[in-house]
Design a binder for this molecule. Structure first.
Ligand code: GCU
Length: 138
């Protein structure tokens, strides 16, 4: 199953402005952070059980320069310098995927820019769990 967390919807946090000046976003906008190291977005993700989940981060980067981010789960960096490469235009959206381990209950997923460009524009986080084919062994 996939749960979508819009960056403009609390408890998600956008350390910038929620903007809507480039089309194609989901929900009511996207997060445009300052062009600076450590610009960040943070999502709160709820899981019924602990396990592996795939993060799908939708973004746009209208420059030709990568805008990498450290990806942290519950305060620990799980993927340093995860790339958010240019998408060709600010209204051209792409999704980057990353498997992570999540706890049961509430988790934080944070992206923090590692270069002076700051983050790409961030639209949402999808969290997909593989719960479609579980088998109870007995
Ligand atoms: C432009 C663009 C913004 C983007 C910014 C950036 O100003 O309109 O949406 O966030 O560039 O470089 O980050």
């Amino acid at each position: 199953a996939t749960t979508r967390y819009e960056v403009e919807s609390a408890p998600a946090e956008c350390s910038g402005v929620v903007a809507s000046n480039h089309s194609g976003y989901s929900g009511s906008g996207f997060c445009d952070t300052p062009n600076a190291v450590s610009s960040a977005v943070q999502f709160t993700v709820n899981m019924p059980v602990a396990g592996t989940a795939t993060l799908g981060i939708r973004y746009a980067n209208g420059t030709t320069a990568n805008r990498p981010a450290d990806v942290s789960v519950n305060g620990s960096v799980v993927q340093p310098g995860f790339g958010f490469e240019g998408t060709g235009a600010w209204n051209a959206w792409a999704t980057k995927s990353l498997p992570v381990q999540l706890n049961a209950g509430t988790n934080t997923v944070r992206l923090a820019a590692t270069t002076a460009g700051g983050l790409a524009n961030i639209d949402y986080l999808d969290v997909t769990t593989d719960d479609g084919n579980s088998t109870i062994m007995q």
